[in-house]
Design a protein around this ligand. Structure first.
Ligand code: PEP
Ligand code: MG
Length: 868
């Protein structure tokens, strides 16, 4: 295998092998942009190292050869005493994991080469010692595993309140000694001075950082597979910390928050890359670079345009200016907010850079779902206490907490919390996940908090500098002396950056109003409208709703549902009607039972009339009653307690007896679904008659009768025969079909299709029974352990497990269709609204997906994306 690629050998399509950073550095190199020379060690080498515990054979040799080539090219060798080549060792996985893995700069410095570096920089001793102390600090923390605070504290002690740029060469030189002392104390060994040894150790530390706890957590959150590994980039150093004619910055080719075109970024003079993200000093807006160094600024803007036209998308970049010379250190297609994604996709169409087809694939159902989040009520009385930067949109209300640990603790108790920090760092990740929103007092829109929150779709306000955050005391102070302590409720608006004291009421999004029928007026809604229309044209899958009330049905229709794929009738037996179900269960004679059913029938009929009317001629799949009947009876404990008192009535005694009689060890595997229809005479027939009569009264009604939990064709045949009789009696036509939610049904689909005009995959039960996972228990009990162990990357109840459950679906689709070519196929489990599962449904050839009304737009969009 080839484990090392020079930047001139790679390209942006090799992300699997070279990681995102390596692939894009290669791409920029080949575009002729000013990238410092370097090479990339592949993810394959990392995977080998992580699984085998050692570097693959040949890697060392290949790295040595590439290093020699780099040295030859640069005309200096790594760490050469009088004129050193220095390199950075940078992580870079296939998917960007901001700040989660390691990077070491200034490799190659030691007590000799530090003087050579000063000479290179025209006798700039200060710069050379600053670079050296940075190396020991970063290397100590990352490679040697020393607590970073030890170095920070030593640095703070020397600074004594000054900025790091105020330290002179002598102070920095003494700091290097102090740092070396710390290394010696902590590891029992001297700081390694052999440049090649430094580089080798740094490479392995980057490999190892793939499995750092925060990286594992981040991957889980972002659903990044655990076994990809990271590539390692070795890049000739360029220096932003040589003086005030140097610096480092980050930029976006357009605003990742709103999508607007413009100059958007942060710059820090006389600094190295990590200073920007770490928030050591406050950055300046990129526009100001024009004043400081117009030539570099103009070149940067030109490069940004080249990149946008080349990648045909928003790019983010990292750059360094070394003594007036611009260098590109990274680019990638940048993360953006949901609103920006929709705007940018349509802007690029208008610019002629991409087609509408491509534009639809550039936005996701998850992003659309985010735009459907509520926002704060504009008219409400609000007590605004401060304003920060609108780093990640949305409206979040919760109790202020000041540490990641408290955020996790309180959210586990069911509290909504807002994590308030001066700035966040990767160690805050768990708290950021647990919080409803994130508020920081420092750092710009490219700070850690902002980048990570945007990636998670979490509301974030950052850089609210008016706030004095005291995390130790657990409080912050806003202008005017307002003090917010832990537990006080605050509201933050990630769209405007505003911060309010107390709870602010929230209202629906403009996008939801649009789906509800409002005319598109602002440019975001127009972009959504355009892309949704195109997705609707492109998609092959139909989209139906899971709805069991006329209100839900009507909303679903407004949102674009083309029918109801699952109307659960059991919800119609609650409330006052429970009484009638009790009577049904307690009936001891045919007459009593029939009386209870006769009382239920007109109620059911009126339910169905309402739904047929709401759906106005679109198909309505009604599922006959599914859950075990004791779910409708009072709780056994309550009954037992009551039974022991004088208050208990005769009915209570009978109910208790019935509950005891009906008790099952595994109710989900017991008397439910089609089994109820076969065991309780008259129950299903009552429902079928109510459906038929309702359909007769609503012109154009298209009922489809669905039988749940069928495992054998004989069950279905028996119910079907009776249902057909009733339909004929009433004089109404309806399709009769079944759910496929028991593995046996999937495996005998060709038989079942003989008796079914449609299948609807009930993937909730199908997942439960295929895995043997109780759908009501396991997610809360042991799934987090399973996720940690990487047994799956996401709960199979959330995203359809293609390999197992999906295999059952495939078998049923194939066998069902071969037995009955016009068999209509859909899905109505929760997976019907999950983007990845929708793509599966498209791939496997279903006719439609059915999901909850609020997911309908997501399903329409994803069905369109799946088809493109
Ligand atoms: C299913 O099992 O996937 C289904 C839709 O039915 P329910 O969730 O009502 O069991
Ligand atoms: Mg089910």
């Amino acid at each position: 295998a080839k484990y090392v690629y020079d930047f001139t050998e790679g390209n942006r399509h090799l992300k699997d092998l070279l990681g995102g950073k390596g692939a894009n550095l290669a791409e920029m190199t080949n575009l002729g942009l000013p990238v410092p020379p370097g090479f990339t060690i592949t993810t394959e080498a990392c995977r080998h190292y992580l699984t085998e515990g050692s570097e693959p054979d040949g890697l060392e040799q290949e790295v040595a050869e590439h290093l020699e080539a780099l040295e030859a090219r640069m005309g200096r060798s790594l760490g050469q005493a009088d004129d050193p080549l220095l390199v950075s060792v940078r992580s870079g996985a296939k998917f960007s994991m901001p700040g989660m893995m390691e990077t070491v700069l200034n490799i190659g410095l030691n007590d000799e080469s530090v003087h050579g570096l000063a000479k290179q920089a025209g006798g700039n001793e200060r710069f050379a010692w600053d670079s050296y102390r940075r190396l020991i600090q970063m290397f100590g923390k990352t490679v040697l595993g020393i607590d970073g605070d030890r170095f920070e504290h030593a640095l703070d002690a020397v600074k004594g309140g000054r900025q790091d740029t105020d330290l002179d060469a002598g102070e920095l030189q003494r700091l290097v000694d102090t740092f070396k002392g710390i290394v010696c104390e902590e590891t029992g060994k001297d700081f390694p001075t052999d440049p090649r040894e430094q580089m080798r150790l740094a490479v392995m530390a980057v490999f190892d950082s793939w499995n750092a706890p925060r990286a594992i957590l981040y991957r889980r959150q972002e659903r990044i597979p655990a076994d990809l590994g990271t590539a390692v980039n070795i890049v000739a150093m360029v220096f932003g910390n040589v003086g005030s004619d140097s610096g480092t910055g980050v930029a976006f080719t357009r605003d990742p928050g709103s999508g607007q075109q413009g100059i958007y970024g942060d710059y820090l003079q006389n600094a190295q890359g990590e200073d920007v993200v770490a928030g050591i000093r406050n950055t300046i807006p990129l526009e100001e670079l024009e004043r400081i160094d117009k030539r570099s600024y103009d070149e940067l803007l030109a490069i940004m345009e080249t990149l946008e036209n080349h990648y045909k998308d928003l790019c983010d970049i990292e750059f360094t200016i070394e003594r007036g010379k611009l260098w590109m250190l990274q680019t990638r297609v940048g993360k953006r907010t949901a609103a920006a994604a929709f705007r940018i996709a349509t802007q690029l169409v208008d610019q002629g850079l991409i087609t509408l087809d491509e534009a639809v694939t550039r936005v996701t159902g998850d992003q659309l779902a985010q735009l459907m989040f509520p926002r704060f009520d504009g008219g409400a009385d609000k007590h605004k206490i401060a304003k920060g930067m609108n780093a990640s949109p949305g409206a979040a209300v919760g109790k202020a907490v000041f540490s990641s640990a408290r955020a996790v603790e309180l959210s586990e108790q069911g509290e909504d919390v807002i994590l308030v920090r001066r700035e966040t760092n990767p160690d805050d990740l768990a708290g950021m996940i647990a919080a409803r929103g994130i508020l920081t007092s420092r750092g710009g829109k490219t700070s850690h908090a902002a980048v990570v929150a945007r990636g998670m779709g979490k509301t974030c306000v950052c850089g609210a500098e008016e706030l004095e955050v005291d995390t130790r005391q657990g409080r912050f102070t806003a202008p005017g002396g307002v003090v917010v302590s832990e537990g006080d409720v605050i509201s933050i608006d990630g769209t405007s950056g505003e911060i309010y004291l107390g709870e602010v009421p929230v209202v629906d999004s403009a996008v939801v109003e649009y789906f509800e029928g409002a005319q598109p007026d602002d440019d975001l809604v127009k972009a959504v409208d355009r892309l949704m229309s195109h997705a609707d044209q492109a998609r092959r899958l139909g989209v139906r709703a899971n709805a069991d009330t006329p209100e839900d049905a009507a909303r679903a229709r407004r949102f674009g549902a083309q029918g109801i794929g699952l109307c659960r009738t059991e919800h119609m037996f609650l409330g006052e009607r429970r009484q009638l179900v009790e009577d049904l269960v307690l009936a001891t004679t045919d007459e009593e039972r029939q009386a209870a059913l006769d009382a239920l029938e007109p109620l059911q009929k009126s339910d169905f009339i309402g739904i047929f009317q709401a759906m106005d001629g679109d198909p309505v799949t009604i599922r006959l009653i599914d859950p075990p009947l004791h779910e409708f009876l009072p709780d056994i404990v309550e009954l037992s307690v009551k039974d022991a008192t004088d208050e208990a009535t005769k009915k209570d005694h009978k109910l208790l007896a019935a509950v005891k009689r009906l008790h099952e060890q595994n109710p989900m595997l017991g008397l439910r679904g089609v089994r109820l229809g076969l065991v309780i005479p008259g129950l299903f027939t009552m429902q079928v008659r109510a459906i038929a009569q309702a359909a007769k009264e609503v012109p154009g009604a298209r009922p489809e009768i669905m039988i749940p939990l069928v495992a054998a064709v004989q069950e279905l045949e028996s119910v079907r025969e009776e249902a057909t009789k009733i339909l004929a009696e009433v004089g109404v036509e309806a399709l009769i079909g079944t759910m496929i939610e028991v593995p046996r049904a999937a495996l005998t689909a060709s038989q079942i299709a003989e008796a079914a005009e449609f299948f609807s995959f009930g993937t909730n039960d199908l997942t439960q029974m295929a895995w043997g996972f109780s759908r009501d228990d396991v997610e809360a009990s042991f799934f987090s352990r399973y996720l940690d162990l990487g047994i799956f990357g996401v709960s199979p109840f959330e995203t359809l497990d293609r390999e197992g459950v999906g295999r059952l679906v495939e078998i049923a689709v194939q066998e069902g269709r071969s037995a009955r070519p016009d068999l209509h196929l859909g899905i109505c489990g929760e997976h019907g609204g999950d983007p990845d599962s929708i793509h599966f449904c498209h791939d496997v050839g279903l006719d439609y997906v059915s999901c909850s009304p609020f997911r309908i737009p997501v399903a329409r969009l994803e069905a369109g994306r799946a088809a493109l």
